[in-house]
Write a protein that binds this ligand. Sequence first.
Ligand SMILES: NC(=O)c1ccc[n+]([C@@H]2O[C@H](COP(=O)([O-])OP(=O)(O)OC[C@H]3O[C@@H](n4cnc5c(N)ncnc54)[C@H](OP(=O)(O)O)[C@@H]3O)[C@@H](O)[C@H]2O)c1
Length: 287
Amino acid sequence: MQTIAFLGLGAMGARMAAHLVKAGYPVTVWNRDPAKAAPLQQQDATLVATARAAAQGADVVISMVTDDTAARSVWLDAQTGALDGLQAGAIAIECSTVTPTWVRQLAEAVHSRGAHLLDAPVVGSRPQADAAQLILMVGGAEHALEQVRPVLSTLAAKLLHVGAVGQGAVLKLAVNALFAAQLQSVAELLGFLTRNGYAPEQAANLLGEFPVVAPPIAGAAKMMAAKNTAPLFTIDLIEKDLGYLLDTASASGADLPSASVARTAFQRAQQLGLGAANVSGLAAVFA
Ligand SMILES: NC(=O)c1ccc[n+]([C@@H]2O[C@H](COP(=O)([O-])OP(=O)(O)OC[C@H]3O[C@@H](n4cnc5c(N)ncnc54)[C@H](OP(=O)(O)O)[C@@H]3O)[C@@H](O)[C@H]2O)c1
């Protein structure tokens, strides 16, 4: 079986790495805070001290961290970065939600070492990661994807090959913008309905009756009504994604007014101290 290095054991990374271990792959893990590796070590993953040490000798190197800054550090740090540990022919996979610009730069650096990069951001949150039901949007060479298809299939309900490196990131930012805009709509409409005679739970349940309200949005509405903000996908992460989307849009001349409005709403939630709360915390802005 291919040897795997997994870099980044946050909420998503730890769950994804656990599936790979369970499937029998030899997995070496690294996380900035090594304490988060303890449950995986109990399942036979090997913890190492740097991303570079994890990458050395691995056939497949997967990163799942917060943002461009984190990913740059994980891959490119002069002393500890994974890039300089990559062996020729290895497949590097960036699963974090990052900018297309950064992931294309990373691809060039990876290719210069005789390895290949796939960008493979994920749709689905902690429950989908637990259930190995993520959707991965994969950008990069078909032959590289074919080499890691069994590895990625261990985590996913669907693998979509969407084009060259960077196209996964472009699509992921677009899908998250749609999610963000719908969350904003439902949060403001709950505010409207509760000011006009509906109890919050009643309003959320009724919205879920209509086909225009997709199941994840109906679920978010129920969490909003219940004031359940236990983190699944946080306000900080979606605000980051909207920022990346708008940067990418302005570089390409695309006009995204509803994404701008949604970003402002999520920034208002951050100003209320809700950055680490689940996206359902957005309801507080319109309460
Ligand atoms: N949560 C979701 O529902 C969801 C869904 C789809 C996609 N995503 C995307 O998946 C990625 C991970 O999300 P998550 O929910 O797992 O986030 P998380 O729980 O906050 O974990 C973030 C991870 O990034 C690491 N990290 C942060 N800054 C770093 C740095 N400067 N250097 C090295 N490592 C750093 C953290 O290390 P420490 O543990 O040491 O802090 C941790 O391993 C993000 O790009 C997010 O947008 C999340």
